[in-house]
Design a protein around this ligand. Structure first.
Ligand code: SAH
Ligand code: SF4
Ligand code: F3S
Length: 458
């Protein structure tokens, strides 16, 4: 944390003391965005704000935005409208930050249509929040703090984590890949990696606090660059696994082009690393992949996926797929279905191509009609869902190690946890086992979106 920000924390603190003020954060984006929100929460709590879930009850509201797909904008504007109504009856501070604020023209758009917004900040200026809140509440200013740079890394921001057992640790920021459909490199800047020692220090600290599961985060997590001692992603991953007390290690999102053999070996040799790896496919056709600037062919993807499944016992894969990329023909889309048939993905995150201004693909004239995109989406979904039952049934009668995460979301009387392959399992509570414990559970029933089991003694 920078010293001058500490000073603003003090000043806001003095102003807020005894007022019992509440804050709420709405996070709209990916896990990196979520991790940023945890840091925003950390800073706000240092300034005497207390968390409240319902933002209608809050004195300070933060929207942490995403712009990876188009519909996010409408959602944000709808939410801003709701806060406008709130502002008519009470004094609410509204701060909007995150990726969407880095989009060209967005600042002006908000300034013009929603002049009542108190603070706007970008992905490179989140660490100035104390100063910006100070200016908004004490100097009554409208603050706009967005810069377009590659960004520095700010270490040591306070953090208020969402879970007591699972923690995300961002290891690198930005992205250099410029996939032709994607806006992320424009709004997050170039790749920069944190010092490995600082990452390990954070992980050790988390282990001491009782955290059991660590997710290493980066837009292109396996292009992480370390230093002379811990050189690359494989070495960092290996070191993280050595931290005592950490039982599970996970990472998201790797890029297939950087998935080197040393990473595969580290996963194969470390049981702590989850047995689900996210390997974004995006499309199954080599021509489309080339136009997407993904830097691998259909065959290279298949070879990599099969190699991983072969070398890492018990591994399953999850993936991201975009349908309806400009120029994609029905025939080319069939190649995507082909890969899905061949690699039995455990989870698929499916997206309809969304035109993002400023990206190369958005300029193309051969955009795929909306109806065609929807037909392809439904086809892919149907294929994926036709595999779900079969994929779930293979868990029947197996014993799975789970991290107990708490009460089941759909059934108060049951506990819930996830397997190393990220399957949700519900089971009856056990007198000696509590959330945060790792338990062995025998799977007895397979349902579409969850499994049911019972705790067994090891
Ligand atoms: N860096 C990560 C994820 C980035 S965004 C990665 O490369 O895997 C998450 C997913 O959103 C992407 O994997 C992609 O499938 C999807 N996505 C990105 N831009 C998109 C767009 N313009 N339209 C539709 N989906 C998109
Ligand atoms: Fe976007 Fe590609 Fe970077 Fe992922 S790797 S963030 S899809 S540009
Ligand atoms: Fe969205 Fe930004 Fe993440 S655009 S997907 S919140 S990096």
């Amino acid at each position: 944390m920078q010293e001058n920000q500490e000073k603003f924390i003090e000043l806001v603190n003095k102003e807020n003391v005894g007022k019992n003020l509440k804050y709420s954060i709405l996070t709209m984006g990916c896990q990196l965005n979520e991790n940023d929100s945890e840091k925003i929460a950390g800073m706000l709590e240092k300034m005497q704000y207390q968390y409240i879930e319902d933002y209608k009850e809050a004195d300070l509201i933060v929207f942490n935005t995403c712009c990876v797909r188009e519909n996010a904008e409408e959602r944000l504007f709808g939410k801003i409208g709701e806060v406008k109504k709130l502002k008519e009856s009470k004094n609410v501070i509204l701060a909007i930050g995150g990726c969407m604020m880095q989009e060209p023209g967005m600042l002006e758009k908000i300034k013009k249509s929603y002049p009542f917004v108190n603070v706007i900040f970008g992905t490179h200026t989140m660490q100035n929040l104390p100063e910006n809140i100070y200016k908004a509440i004490i100097e009554n200013k409208k603050v706009k703090d967005v810069i377009d740079i590659d960004g520095e890394i700010y270490e040591g921001l306070p953090i208020k984590r969402n879970s007591d057992y699972k923690a995300s640790v961002t290891i690198m920021y930005g992205c250099n890949n410029f996939c032709s459909y994607c806006i992320v490199p424009y709004v997050r800047g170039r790749e920069r990696s944190r010092e490995p020692e600082l990452i390990l220090e954070e992980v050790r600290g988390l282990a001491e606090e009782g955290y059991k599961e660590i997710t290493l985060l980066g837009q292109n997590v396996n292009s992480y660059k370390g230093n002379d001692k811990i050189k690359n992603f494989a070495e960092l991953l290996n070191e993280v696994c050595k931290v005592e007390g950490i039982e599970r290690v996970n990472f998201i999102s790797p890029h297939p082009k950087d998935f080197t053999d040393d990473v595969i070996d580290v996963i194969a040799n470390n049981e702590k690393i989850t047995r689900i790896v996210h390997l974004p496919l995006q499309a199954g056709n080599t021509k489309v992949l080339k136009e997407m600037n993904r830097k691998y062919t259909k065959e290279q993807y298949l070879t990599l996926a099969k190699k991983m499944l072969e070398r890492i016992p018990g591994l399953v894969l999850s993936t991201d797929i975009i349908v309806g990329f400009p120029g994609e023909t029905d025939e080319e889309f069939e190649d995507t279905l082909d890969v899905v048939r061949e690699i039995n993905f455990e989870q698929i995150f499916m997206f309809i191509y969304s035109k993002r201004e400023g990206t190369v693909a958005a300029e193309r004239e051969d955009q795929v009609p909306e109806e065609v995109k929807h037909v392809r989406f439904d086809k892919l979904k149907e294929l994926y869902e036709s595999r779900v039952d079969e994929n779930n049934e293979k868990y029947l009668n197996t014993v799975q190690k789970l991290l107990i995460e708490g009460k089941s979301k759909n059934n108060e009387n049951m506990l819930e946890g996830r397997t190393s392959t990220n399957k949700v399992v519900i089971f009856e509570p056990h007198s000696e086992k509590k959330p945060g414990d790792i338990v062995s559970v025998k799977i007895l029933e397979a349902h579409k979106w969850y499994l049911k089991g019972e705790i067994i003694n090891d």
